[in-house]
Design a protein around this ligand. Structure first.
Ligand SMILES: Nc1ncnc2c1ncn2[C@@H]1O[C@H](COP(=O)(O)OP(=O)(O)OP(=O)(O)O)[C@@H](O)[C@H]1O
Length: 575
C-alpha cells in the first residue's frame, strides 16, 4: 500500500475504539456526534460545503454501521442514504493483512444495480479523498475502485488493479463481481470483508408478494415463486456465498429452536459465526413487506441478534383517500409538482383531474423560461447534431416510439426546462434511437452516461439549476436511473406508465424512484408523465353497477399518484 493511502488508513479509527452510538439530541446532530472520525468529517466539509448536518436518517444509521451492526434501511428518495453509507464506510477501519508486509484487504463491498450509480458513489469518495488533509492525497486505487461489466475489461484491467491494490471500498454491479469471483475468488478475499452494502436492494433482490391460497391469483404466485427458485438472481447467489456460514447457523436455529441456549449452557456460542461474517446493510426508498420479511426471516444472511431497522419517519402511511380529499394546494410534500399529459394525434392536454398549479413556485430555479427566450438563437448554444451514419441507419426503419409522445416531451422541455431534465423511457427502449429522434426535433438530447462520457460526468458536479443557453435533456431507462443524484435536475419526464400498464406495487415503486430524481434536499422539481390518450374503442371498463368506471392511461396515473398521496397538477403550458 502506498504511503499516502497508509496515512489515510491510519487516520481511520481502529475497530475496537469505534465510539458508541449516541442518542440523537434535540438540536441537530453533528457528524462528529455520530462517531465519525474528525479527518473524515473535515474532508466531507471541504468537499461538500453545503452539507452541514447529518439528515435524520443518517443520524440513525451511521452510528449503527460504525458499531458493526447489520442494518435494514428504508427512507424516502433523496434523504441521503447512499451518501451517508459512503461516509460511514470510509470511516471504517482498514482490514489489514495478518502477514507482515502483506497487502491490506478490501474492507467494504458495495453492490449497486447499474454502473452509473457505481460511478456516482465513486465520485463522492474521490471528492472526499482529494479534500482529505492527508498529504500527498491518497492513491484513489487504494481508497475505492469500481467494477462494472464493460466488455471483458473488468476481468482484465479490473482484476489486475484489484490484485495490485485492494481498495478500501469496492463498488460494483453484482454481475461484474460474480464474473470476477468465478475468474479468481481469491482476488476478492470475500472472507476478509468487514461490510457488505446492497443499495437499491428491492431492485437487486426479487421477491414475490405472498398471496392468499384461496384466491385465484395464487397460481401466478406459485409460478413466480418457482421461477425465482430456478433463477434466484446474481445478488442472492453472491450473498449465499459470502454468508454461507451464517445461513447454515440461521437454518440450524430455525430447525433446532433450543440450539443457542444449549450452546451457551455448554460454554460455547454461535455468535462467533455471526460476528466473523461481514456486517450486512440493505438500503432502498421502497422496501415492501414481502422483501423485508424475506430478508429478515428467510434469507439467513442477517445477524438478527445485532441488527437495526431504520425507517424514515417523514411521511407516515395514511389511510387511502380519494384525490379530492387531499388538503394540499397542489404543491407536493417535498416541493415537487406531478403532472400527467394526455397525447393524441390532435392535441396535448392535461388530464381532467389536474388542479391549477400554485401561483408562486417556492423554488425560484423552477420559474419557467419564456418560449421567446428559449427559441431565440444563442451564440453559445451547441446544437446536438445527429451523426449522418445514424441518420442513414435509422432512415429506413420505423421508429419504435409514438412520435406524438416524443413531440410532447420536446415541447414541454422547450417551454419549461431552464437547465437539465431527465427523460425516462420504458425498460428495454432503444435509448440511442430516442436521442436521435429528439435531436431531429431540435432538442439537445444526450444519452445519460456518467461512466464513459465526460459531459455526462459533468452533471454530477454542478449545483442547482440555473438557466443555460442550451438546456440538456438526458435520456435513460428506469434500470439506469435508480439512485442517481443529478444536482442540476429540475424536471423528469416519463414516457408512458412506468413498468407497463398494470398498476401494482411494482409500478408505484417505479414511479416513486423515477420521480425521486427531483425534490431532493428542498430543491423542488416537476415530474411530467406523458401517456397516450386512448381511442374510445381501446378503453377498458372495471367494476359493476355504480362502481363501474372507465380505465384509461390517465386514470391509472391518478391511481398511482393517489397511492403516494400526491395530486396531479396542471402543466401550465397546455390546456
Ligand atoms: N446531510 C446532508 N445534508 C445536505 N445534503 C445532503 C446530506 N446528505 C446527502 N446530501 C445530498 O443529498 C443528495 C441525495 O443523497 P443520496 O443520493 O444519498 O439520497 P438517497 O436517499 O440515497 O436517494 P435515493 O433513494 O434516490 O437513492 C445528494 O446530492 C447528497 O449530496
Amino acid at each position: 500500500m502506498s504511503r499516502c493511502a497508509e496515512a489515510l488508513a491510519e487516520a481511520l479509527p481502529r475497530a475496537e475504539h469505534a465510539p458508541p452510538a449516541k442518542h440523537v439530541p434535540t438540536k441537530p446532530a453533528t457528524f462528529e456526534d455520530l462517531g465519525l472520525h474528525p479527518p473524515i468529517v473535515a474532508a466531507l466539509r471541504t468537499a461538500f460545503p453545503n452539507i452541514i448536518h447529518p439528515t435524520e436518517t443518517q443520524a440513525r444509521f451511521i452510528p449503527a454501521i460504525l458499531t458493526g451492526k447489520d442494518v435494514l434501511l428504508k427512507d424516502e428518495t433523496g434523504s441521503g442514504k447512499s451518501f451517508g453509507l459512503v461516509v460511514a464506510l470510509l470511516n471504517k477501519p482498514r482490514v489489514k493483512s495478518q502477514e507482515k508486509g502483506g497487502k491490506p484487504h478490501i474492507t467494504s463491498l458495495v453492490l449497486v444495480p447499474h454502473r452509473d450509480l457505481a460511478h456516482q458513489l465513486y465520485h463522492w469518495i474521490q471528492k472526499m479523498a482529494v479534500a482529505s488533509l492527508v498529504h500527498p492525497p491518497p492513491s484513489m486505487a487504494s481508497v475505492a475502485q469500481v467494477l462494472v461489466r464493460d466488455g471483458v475489461t473488468h476481468l482484465t484491467e479490473g482484476l489486475r488493479s484489484l490484485r495490485q491494490t485492494p481498495p478500501h471500498i469496492l463498488i460494483g454491479t453484482p454481475q461484474a463481481i460474480m464474473d470476477l469471483y468465478k475468474e479468481d475468488p481469491e482476488a476478492l478475499q470475500l472472507h476478509h470483508l468487514s461490510s457488505v452494502v446492497v443499495d437499491e436492494v428491492d431492485y437487486l433482490i426479487e421477491t414475490v408478494p405472498n398471496k392468499d391460497p384461496k384466491k385465484s391469483f395464487h397460481k401466478s404466485f406459485v409460478k413466480a415463486s418457482r421461477k425465482l427458485l430456478a433463477h434466484p438472481g446474481v445478488t442472492r447467489q453472491l450473498l449465499d456465498i459470502i454468508y454461507a456460514r451464517r445461513k447454515e447457523m440461521n437454518e440450524r436455529r430455525r430447525d433446532e429452536p433450543g440450539v443457542t441456549q444449549h450452546l451457551r449452557r455448554t460454554g460455547k456460542s454461535d455468535s462467533q459465526t455471526f460476528s466473523t461474517s461481514p456486517q450486512l446493510i440493505f438500503s432502498s426508498a421502497t422496501l415492501r413487506s414481502h422483501l423485508n420479511n424475506y430478508l429478515f426471516d428467510e434469507s439467513g444472511w442477517l445477524n438478527k441478534d445485532y441488527l437495526v431497522k431504520v425507517k424514515g419517519s417523514r411521511k407516515p402511511a395514511e389511510p387511502k383517500r380519494s384525490a379530492e380529499q387531499y388538503p394540499h394546494d397542489g404543491l407536493g410534500g417535498n416541493g415537487v409538482l406531478h403532472s400527467v399529459l394526455l397525447v393524441s394525434d390532435e392535441q396535448i392536454r392535461n388530464i381532467e383531474e389536474a388542479v391549477p398549479p400554485p401561483s408562486v413556485l417556492e423554488n425560484g430555479d423552477l420559474q419557467p423560461i419564456s418560449a421567446d427566450t428559449l427559441f431565440a438563437p444563442s451564440a453559445n448554444a451547441e446544437p446536438a447534431e445527429n451523426d449522418p451514419e445514424l441518420a442513414r441507419k435509422y432512415a429506413g426503419t420505423p421508429t419504435p416510439f409514438n412520435p406524438n409522445m416524443l413531440e410532447a416531451v420536446a415541447t414541454a422541455f422547450a417551454l419549461d426546462v431552464p437547465s437539465v431534465a431527465l427523460l425516462v423511457l420504458p425498460g428495454n427502449s432503444p435509448v440511442r434511437r430516442a436521442v436521435y429522434e429528439l435531436r431531429e426535433m431540435g432538442v439537445n438530447a444526450q444519452e445519460l452516461d456518467l461512466l464513459t462520457d465526460e459531459k455526462g460526468r459533468a452533471h454530477l458536479l454542478r449545483g442547482g439549476a440555473t438557466a443555460q443557453d442550451n438546456p440538456t435533456l438526458l435520456v435513460a431507462t428506469l434500470a439506469t436511473t435508480r439512485g442517481l443524484d443529478l444536482p442540476e435536475l429540475s424536471h423528469v419526464f416519463i414516457l408512458g406508465i412506468p413498468e407497463g400498464p398494470k398498476i401494482n406495487g411494482r409500478t408505484v415503486d417505479a414511479y416513486v424512484h423515477i420521480a425521486g430524481r427531483v425534490g431532493r434536499f428542498g430543491r423542488g422539481g416537476k415530474v411530467i408523465t406523458v401517456v397516450e390518450k386512448q381511442k374510445d374503442a381501446e378503453t377498458v371498463e372495471e367494476g359493476e353497477g355504480e362502481g363501474r368506471r372507465v380505465v384509461t392511461e390517465g386514470s391509472k396515473m391518478v391511481r398511482i399518484l393517489n397511492t403516494i398521496q400526491e395530486r396531479p397538477v396542471q402543466f401550465e403550458h397546455f390546456d
